[in-house]
Write a protein that binds this ligand. Structure first.
Ligand code: ATP
Length: 660
């Protein structure tokens, strides 16, 4: 559907001067240069003879007109004209072309050395009593044929190199990255009616869809708006986590609006040469204006739109980015509001963008896309299940309930992965199990049943996972446990799966209990084996990060108070410039350590009180390898979870699993 490079004149298809006249003439010339001299020299070359032949047949008959010694190596013998009709010399007087007689040289022979030649010649003259003084001249002659050949070969090599470079860089002026086309925009143009994606392919983004649908209306019927005096927005920026459908939404706009759609990624403006980015922006807007009404879509705009003049170290790459951004700002101001070019942009990091870009008049509208909720996930599943062949065990609502925190892209991936899994099992239809396997695979990686684990290690892993399971079962604010496994997957040796509730806020106690549950694995190891292992690395990393977040970001710590060192702009380099004093830094470290050790102590206490249950869960795990919620219920009883569990969700708590 995409598919035409933007340059309206299609320079890639233009015939280059070489192509236009063909290479034929060039090849002919080369051939001529190679062949003609050899023809000429071949036909007119003198006859090679020996010294004896020379003295016996030529010198003795006094037929020599003159001798020319070339390069002190060869003697060329010219025969007197009056011998032209002599049967002996008739052949050598035959001309190469046309009529008349050949002027010579007629014979040639090697002389050995000049002294030798001169001595021998004198002796021979004496021997044959020739009184005539023979005219001997000496000359130096270069091999012009070889030098011409060398020149031709150099020329051919250079020509081949030139053609190779042209082809590597996209042809003679073709596309944006050609040697001659650095400054040209590399945007892909999706022509009218070519984009196959419509709003039917986008699910669960109702509000966002409504907003972008308006763009389609602006472009299709601008008068409806302008007659009331309204100005058509110039830019719309789509902001959201990866995979939430920003690009998809933009493609759907292209499909629905039926106007030319220029799609480019922010990074495509950036080239190693200064000024190229700005020139590409200019070119892109020029083309879009020529084809107005049209849409420009800039994906990952943060590549050029980052705040100017910030960052600790300025360098030339920064200058280039800034000049590209300045050009973008100018262009967005430049075209009149109603010129019919609408700019769509997408980014994961709106907080990093330059405020000038986001002000009204440029990107007027900001559309925030979030990770889909349960209902939205159901709708996205419906879109991606359309092409799949499934059996009747599939319950879409169940699938949506099992995938909290998953993005649209994750869901698309699950659907595809489940089809691959079913195909691998040689099934005719995809079943529920395949979907669950696909979810597990995406969450935790590929199952590695062949990994060799000793029975002792297996026991440690089982107790570690059982520790997570028991502690989280006993704490109210921790997400409900779905299953526990000691089958190695991806990098992990075992894992506990949780199903996070869909909530926007998390309370302080929810954070504290989460620390506790995460440390449950290590606590279990200490209680049962009296020693801890390296298997808790991942847990400790999570715990440390979360504890620092509690103290530094959320103001959960009394000593630090309601202060947050969170930097939503991402501009501060915490490693270099800390926003707090040395003393505060020490207090933070101390409080974090205290938080973690309190959580660990709580875990130890809980597990000591429930040691028998811990052992039962671990034994069951060792026996079955994977145990589910129901197995835990049979050992630990029905879990009472707190429905009022609240907290600030800082990162999607999706796909939560505690791994060894
Ligand atoms: P990034 O920020 O990483 O570029 P994005 O937000 O642009 O991500 P898309 O490229 O639009 O994400 O989404 C990737 C794929 O995920 C889409 O091709 C589509 O298959 C699927 N997808 C995402 N969101 C949705 C949705 N709301 N409805 C249907 N499919 C979706």
């Amino acid at each position: 559907m995409v598919d035409q490079k933007n340059n309206k004149s299609q320079p890639g298809q233009q015939k280059s001067p070489w192509n236009r006249f063909g290479y034929g003439w060039l090849y002919l010339l080369i051939l001529a240069l190679l062949i003609v001299p050899s023809l000429l020299t071949g036909f007119s070359s003198p006859k090679e003879i020996s010294w004896q032949q020379f003295t016996r047949d030529i010198l003795s008959r006094q037929a020599v007109e003159k001798i020319v010694v070339v390069n002190n190596e060869k003697a060329e013998v010219y025969i007197k004209k009056e011998f032209a009709k002599d049967t002996m010399f008739r052949d050598v007087f035959k001309p190469s072309f046309g009529y008349g007689i050949k002027r010579g040289p007629h014979y040639t022979f090697n002389i050995g050395s000049v002294e030798l030649f001169e001595g021998k010649l004198k002796e021979a003259q004496k021997e044959f009593s020739i009184n005539q003084e023979i005219d001997v001249t000496y000359t130096k002659r270069g091999n012009w044929f070889l030098s011409v050949l060398g020149w031709i070969i150099t020329f051919i090599v250079m020509l081949a190199l030139w053609r190779f470079l042209l082809r590597r860089s996209g042809g003679w002026g073709a596309g944006g990255s050609s040697v001659f086309n650095f400054g040209k925009s590399t945007a892909t143009l999706v022509e009218k009616k070519k984009s196959a994606i419509t709003f039917n392919d986008v699910a669960g983004l109702e509000e966002a869809e409504l907003e972008v649908r308006e763009i389609v209306d602006f472009l299709k019927n601008p008068e409806t708006f302008t007659k009331l005096g309204a100005k058509i927005p110039k830019g719309i920026i789509l902001v959201g986590p990866p995979g939430t459908g920003k690009t998809l939404l933009a493609k759907a706009v292209a499909g629905e609006a039926q106007v030319p759609f220029y799609s480019i990624s922010g990074s495509e403006f950036v080239e190693m040469f200064v000024g190229v980015g700005a020139s590409r922006v200019r070119d892109l807007f020029k083309q879009a204006k020529e084809k107005a009404p049209s849409i420009i879509f800039i994906d990952e705009i943060d590549a050029i739109g980052r705040s100017r003049g910030k960052g600790a170290f300025m360098n030339s790459a920064n200058d280039e980015r800034e000049s590209t951004l300045n050009q973008l700002l100018t262009e967005m101001d430049g075209f009149g509001t109603n010129s019919g070019v609408i700019v769509l942009a997408a980014t994961n990091r709106a907080d990093m963008l330059d405020p000038a870009l986001l002000r009204p008049g440029r990107f007027d509208r900001h559309i925030y896309l979030e990770l889909p909720n349960m209902k939205e996930r159901e709708a996205i599943f419906k879109v991606h299940l359309r092409p799949l062949i499934m059996d009747n065990t599939i319950d879409i609502a169940f699938l949506a309930s099992q995938t909290p925190g998953f993005s649209g892209a994750d869901i698309a991936n699950i659907c595809n992965e489940s089809a691959l899994i079913a195909a691998r099992k040689k099934k005719g239809k995809i079943g529920k199990e395949d979907f669950l396997d696909a979810i597990d695979r995406i969450v935790a990686g590929l199952e590695k049943k062949s990994k060799i684990i000793s029975p002792e290690e297996k026991k440690i892993i089982a107790y570690h996972e059982a520790g997570h399971a028991v502690v989280s079962w006993l704490l109210q604010h921790v997400d409900p446990l779905v299953k526990v496994s000691i089958i190695p997957r991806g990098k992990s040796l075992g894992a506990a799966w949780y199903l996070p509730e869909e909530k926007q806020l998390r309370s302080k106690s929810a954070f504290a209990e989460h620390l506790c549950a995460t440390l449950g694995g290590r606590a279990a190891e200490e209680i049962i084996f009296g020693e801890v292992s390296s298997g808790a690395l991942d847990d400790l990393e999570k715990v440390t990060r979360e504890a620092y977040m509690m103290v530094m970001y959320y103001g959960f710590n009394k000593k630090i108070g309601n202060v947050s060192y969170y930097d939503s702009t991402g501009e501060r380099n915490m490693g270099i410039q800390k926003p707090y004093s040395e003393e505060t830094g020490e207090i933070i470290d101390e409080e974090v350590r205290k938080l973690v050790s309190d959580a660990y102590q709580q875990s130890l206490d809980l597990l000591k009180q429930n040691k028998a249950n811990l052992q039962k869960v671990a034994e069951l795990l060792l026996k079955k390898e994977v145990i589910f919620k129901e197995d835990l219920e049979s050992i630990l009883g029905i879990r009472i979870a707190n429905p009022q569990n609240m907290g600030i969700a800082t990162e999607p708590r999706s796909k939560t699993l505690e791994q060894v």
